[in-house]
Structures are given as structure tokens and as C-alpha cells.
Design a protein around this ligand. Structure first.
Ligand SMILES: *Cc1c(COP(=O)(O)O)cnc(C)c1O
Length: 367
């Protein structure tokens, strides 16, 4: 493979078997827990050819060494496990609920000290860095779509000797490459946009730090948090079309965000790709597209619940990143309420359906 390709070519070409006559174009699903002795690989907890291919493709896209995990949360746990007892982690005050729960579980057991910060407030994050052992970031926060000044934060963390980890699930390497901005690690729930079809659960960490990658690989071997070979295959198979899926999802999202913003039933639209969004300038400075996620606020919980019940083409379900459009009212989870997620907030993962069909569905559901 040539090494000066654009990312939308790399996503198609990377992680394939060597191009020798008669070889398959795709790495097969290799269901083997054990391997004949004397080779490079002994046991599936070390990895598998199928997972290696997924990792090779993701590593090429992010510019680092990729390690796949059985879930996004398993990848987060692996990062937390690198911290010494009593370590201190700077975390966003509002972020993906499953990750909040992991950090809080570690803090409640006394293993970790948490320093919550408003991610939008760059000075507050910078002030929290001295003495920290980890800076956790989201490329845009879930579900409020707040945008941090990632470049400044990662660079400051690096010069303060604080490892930073960016959850880039909402952006994917096609919109943002955190390692280039100075992040130590990129984390993905590959369940979402990377795999893209709501049919596989897996996660990933990517780093250009060889020693950290070796440590994470050894830990993963001991713990056994590797993805299954079917999941690895589905994720790579799905990832081949990432560029065209994101093109369509972003075109739909940009237009729908504009239309939602003028609808009388909608109070506020959060979509940093929109010029009118307060986060737009930061977003445009770092992301190479407007984004696939929209959050919008209806007057109250009842209006938002009614919207979720009324949609027909769009599916009412949790999660995001698949080809199908999904909506949910995030504050139906009590944890979200404690994080300050507005009662009437709808998180909308925009799919690849026809734009006018999506809008017709939204318009009828808003009433
Ligand atoms: C889904 C998600 C996770 C957790 O990943 P799983 O694959 O569900 O374990 C972490 N961060 C973000 C931003 C997510 O959307």
C-alpha cells in the first residue's frame, strides 16, 4: 500500500492480506482460540489474524498502534488500569454516561481521585493539569456536543507530562486525528461509526507511544478483553464504507440541523457544524466536516418522550453511529440528570436515509 494516500483511500486499502497471487482480498474470520506451538501466536488472548487486520486499518487511519477491545468501555477500563492507586484524573463534568460510571466506580473504591472540569472552559482545564495523572477528553461531548480546544489542551498536557486520552467516537479519524494534535491516546467505541451497522460491540485504543502500547497489550492479554473474531470482521467490513457513510450522514445532519433550528417546537439546536452554533469556530478549526450527531431541545420531558414515540422511519433506541437514524431522550437515564442534561434534550444520530423522508418524519413527530 502506498503511504501517501488520503484517509478515504486508506480506509479502503489498509489492513488487507499481502497481495500475492491467489490470496483472498479480505482477512478471513479465523475462529481459533489456540495456535500450533512454535509460531508468533499461541492463544487468542494475544489477538487473532482477523483482529490484527482491523487494528492495522485503524492504526493506519489514526497514525499509531491500535489495540482492539471487547467494547468501548473495556478500552476505557484498560486506560484506567494503567493508573497507579491514588492517581488523579481530570475528567469532563459532562460526558458519555458509561465512561462517567467507570471513572466514578474507580473513585468510589478509593483507587482514583477525580477532578471534574467544564470542558468548554479551557482555562479551567489547564488549571487542573498540575499534579494530574490523566486528562480524559471527548472530541465533542456526549450529549451536549460541547467542543473542547483539543489542540491547546493536548499540547498543555503533554508539556505538563500528563497523558491525555481523547474519546473520538463521535468524530472518527476521518474528521479528526487527535494524535496529530498531541493526544497520547485515542479511544473509540468502534461499535458506533467505525463499524457503522449496529451489529457489533467493540472498542479500541490507539497510541504512538510504543511503551504504552506494549503495556496495554500485555494487560489486555492478562485480562482477556479482546474482541471476538466475528466482531473484528464486521467492524473492518463496516469501516470500508466509512467515508461514504459519513459524507451522507453529514450532508443530512447539516441540512436537518438548519431546519430544526427554524422549527417553532424546537428551543435550541446543538450542532457545532452550524455557523450559528456557539462552538462552531472551535469545531471548524479542528474537524474536517460538520459532524453526524445533533442534539436538540424540546420544551420538556413529555414533549421529548412524545417525539420519540411518534417517529416512524427514525428509530427510538439508544446508541449511535449506524446507517439508520436513531433518537433518544438522554435524561431518561437518571445519571444524565445529575450531569445536567436538559429534560427535553433529544440526541439524534443521523443516518443515511433520504433527507426529505427524514425531515417528513421529524416534522410529523414534532406535530
Ligand atoms: C458508546 C460509547 C462508549 C462506550 O462504548 P461501548 O462500545 O458501548 O462499550 C464510549 N464513549 C462514547 C462517546 C460512546 O458513544
Amino acid at each position: 500500500m502506498r503511504d501517501n494516500l488520503h484517509l478515504d483511500s486508506t480506509v479502503v486499502a489498509a489492513g488487507r492480506p499481502d497481495p500475492v497471487a491467489g490470496a483472498p482480498l479480505n482477512t478471513p474470520i479465523v475462529p481459533a482460540s489456540s495456535y500450533h506451538s512454535g509460531g508468533e501466536r499461541n492463544y487468542q488472548r494475544e489477538g487473532s489474524p482477523t483482529t490484527d487486520s482491523f487494528e492495522a486499518a485503524l492504526g493506519a487511519l489514526e497514525g499509531g498502534i491500535a489495540l482492539a477491545y471487547s467494547a468501548g468501555t473495556a478500552a476505557v477500563s484498560a486506560m484506567i488500569a494503567t493508573l497507579a492507586p491514588g492517581a488523579s484524573a481530570v475528567v469532563p463534568a459532562s460526558m458519555y454516561w458509561g465512561v462517567v460510571e467507570l471513572f466514578h466506580a474507580a473513585a468510589d473504591e478509593g483507587r482514583l481521585k477525580l477532578v471534574p472540569v467544564e470542558l468548554a472552559d479551557t482555562d479551567a482545564v489547564l488549571a487542573a493539569l498540575p499534579g494530574a495523572d490523566l486528562l480524559w477528553l471527548e472530541s465533542e461531548t456526549n450529549p451536549m456536543l460541547t467542543v473542547p480546544e483539543l489542540g491547546r489542551l493536548c499540547a498543555a498536557a503533554r508539556s505538563a507530562g500528563v497523558p491525555s486520552c481523547v474519546d473520538s467516537t463521535f468524530t472518527t479519524p476521518l474528521l479528526l486525528r487527535p494524535l496529530e494534535l498531541g493526544a497520547t491516546v485515542v479511544m473509540h467505541s468502534a461499535t458506533k461509526f467505525l463499524a457503522g451497522h449496529s451489529d457489533a460491540l467493540l472498542g479500541a485504543l490507539v497510541t504512538a507511544d510504543d511503551a504504552l502500547a506494549a503495556r496495554l497489550r500485555a494487560d489486555r492479554y492478562r485480562v482477556g478483553s479482546v474482541p471476538g473474531v466475528l466482531e473484528s470482521y464486521l467492524a473492518l467490513r463496516g469501516m470500508r464504507t466509512l467515508a461514504v457513510r459519513l459524507d451522507r450522514q453529514q450532508a443530512n445532519a447539516a441540512e436537518l440541523a438548519d431546519r430544526l433550528a427554524t422549527h417553532p417546537a424546537v428551543r435550541t439546536v446543538h450542532y457545532p457544524g452550524r455557523v450559528a452554533d456557539p462552538m462552531h469556530e472551535r469545531w471548524a478549526a479542528m474537524a474536517s466536516g460538520p459532524g453526524m450527531m445533533i442534539s436538540f431541545e424540546l420544551p420538556d420531558a413529555a414533549a421529548a418522550d412524545q417525539f420519540c414515540e411518534r417517529v416512524e422511519l427514525i428509530t427510538h433506541a439508544t446508541s449511535l453511529g449506524g446507517v439508520e437514524s436513531l433518537v433518544e431522550r438522554r435524561a431518561r437515564y437518571t445519571g444524565e440528570v445529575t450531569m445536567g442534561t436538559p429534560d427535553g434534550l433529544i440526541r439524534f444520530s443521523v443516518g443515511i436515509e433520504n433527507l426529505e423522508d427524514l425531515w417528513a418524519d421529524i416534522a410529523q413527530a414534532l406535530g
